[in-house]
Design a protein around this ligand. Structure first.
Ligand code: C2E
Ligand code: MG
Ligand code: MG
Length: 388
């Protein structure tokens, strides 16, 4: 069983309408029928955005299939006078005496969801490990709503440090979840689950409120305030009331917006540049700072970055990790130069060694964050450090 989905299907429907999307699938099915590899192969519509294909052959080679698909989509589709180029995701699973057809379809669909996470034309074959990942995600999702309600999600704080003198320059808030049933669940696991379930905004707001209430308590006690960065998921960033709601929150706690940094991933503007530009501009006008997280791993272009008024550029940990490699070093040097030219602060993520600090300092990077300086820690622990 194969389930096939054009990566661009939703864009095509958004741009040209449902009929064009339908016609695209129809033409794709026709092409697949024309160059089918087996006589007993069948193609049909599966969901509104995907096709399903069955073959009886036992050992179809994955490489052969991928070559065949590349050929199938090499020429553009001509629909309503428009040329449409697509890439294709495929999920594959087999059925047998042990696995009935319904399970096989479910498994192929599961494999497809992994293919969708990869760029370009991509094929994934179902494995039980993939199923386990999905089961784990479902388990996490089942407990997540409770966790939010019961305040199981808390905040750890990790300072960003001025590389020249070691002073704490700002602090990043990171969500932590210790579930009574599941134990410690990493945000790398539950944030993507929350994102796909439409629950991440609740988490982001919870973190922001916790941090604001901490700042306002320090303010009340006459203690020194520090800038705090919170992570904002794209879903939340594009929420209609994001800017106003965030503004309301800081006012509720009587905190000046200049103490708040909003970290977003660099792909944010690729979804909808005009809206992203407007939101960042609005945030800036109210005094908030914005930061590009995990820079270098996404798909943004330099001209695009230049147009968005971010205050900070965070170089992804993977580059810092491999900074001793000359090619990586060259990239890091360019990013630091780029930040400088655009008037943004460069922040190196995931610094773990003295050598990395030395190199980054020599390159002119101004701020660093990582286990070498501080690990993420509970609020009370950071309070002690700040009050020293
Ligand atoms: P991020 O925002 O890029 O955060 C940095 C991650 O790197 C954190 O992982 C941090 O603990 C880890 N880290 C910091 N220094 C080092 C180091 O020296 N070495 C290594 N190996 N790791 C280091 P964490 O806390 O697991 O968070 C993972 C990701 O989850 C974050 O990446 C962020 O994208 C997301 N996240 C965390 N909290 C929130 C939240 O409240 N809202 C949203 N939307 N996303 C969040
Ligand atoms: Mg971050
Ligand atoms: Mg990061």
């Amino acid at each position: 069983i194969k389930i096939l989905k054009p990566s661009e299907f939703h864009q095509v429907v958004e741009l040209y309408g449902r009929e064009i999307g339908d016609e695209l699938l129809r033409q794709l099915a026709k092409r697949l029928e024309q160059d089918k590899s087996e006589s007993n192969e069948y193609v049909a519509r599966f969901t509104s955005s995907s096709l399903i294909m069955t073959t009886m052959s036992l050992h179809e080679d994955l490489h052969d299939y991928e070559m065949r698909i590349k050929e199938t989509i090499r020429q553009p589709f001509i629909i309503g006078g428009k040329q449409i180029y697509i890439t294709l995701k495929t999920g594959i699973a087999s059925y047998s005496d042990d696995i009935n057809i319904n399970d096989a379809i479910r498994f192929a669909d599961n494999a497809l969801s992994f293919a969708i996470d990869r760029p370009g034309t991509h094929t994934e074959i179902f494995t039980t490990e993939k199923n386990d990942v999905l089961v784990q995600k479902m388990t996490v999702l089942n407990h997540l709503s409770e966790a939010i309600k019961n305040k199981e999600i808390t905040v750890h704080l990790q300072p960003k440090v001025d590389l020249r003198n070691g002073d704490i320059q700002s602090i990043e808030a990171l969500a932590r979840w210790i579930s009574p049933k599941l134990g410690f669940v990493s945000p790398a696991v539950f944030i993507p689950v929350a994102e796909s379930a439409g629950k991440v905004r609740e988490i982001d707001v919870l973190i922001l409120e916790t941090v604001l209430s901490w700042l306002s308590e320090r303010q009340r006690l006459g203690k020194k305030l520090v800038k705090i960065a919170v992570n904002i998921s794209p879903d939340h960033f594009y929420y209609t009331h994001f800017v106003q709601d965030t503004l309301k929150l800081v006012r509720k706690y009587n905190i000046d917006p200049s103490y708040i940094i909003l970290e977003v991933t660099e792909n944010i503007g690729l979804v909808d540049f005009q809206s992203a530009y407007k939101i960042i501009q609005q945030l800036k006008s109210y005094g908030f700072k914005t930061s590009v997280d995990d820079f270098g791993t996404g798909f943004s272009s330099l001209s695009y970055l230049q147009q968005l008024p971010f205050a900070e550029l965070k170089i992804d940990r993977s580059f810092i990790n491999a900074i001793e490699d000359p090619a990586t070093l060259a990239i890091v040097r360019s990013i630091i130069q780029l930040a400088l030219n655009l008037g943004m602060i460069s922040v190196a993520e995931g610094i773990e060694t003295e050598e990395q600090v030395e190199i980054l300092r020599a390159l002119g990077c101004t701020v660093g964050q990582g286990y070498f300086y501080f690990k993420p820690m509970p609020i009370e622990q950071l309070d002690i450090i700040l009050d020293q």
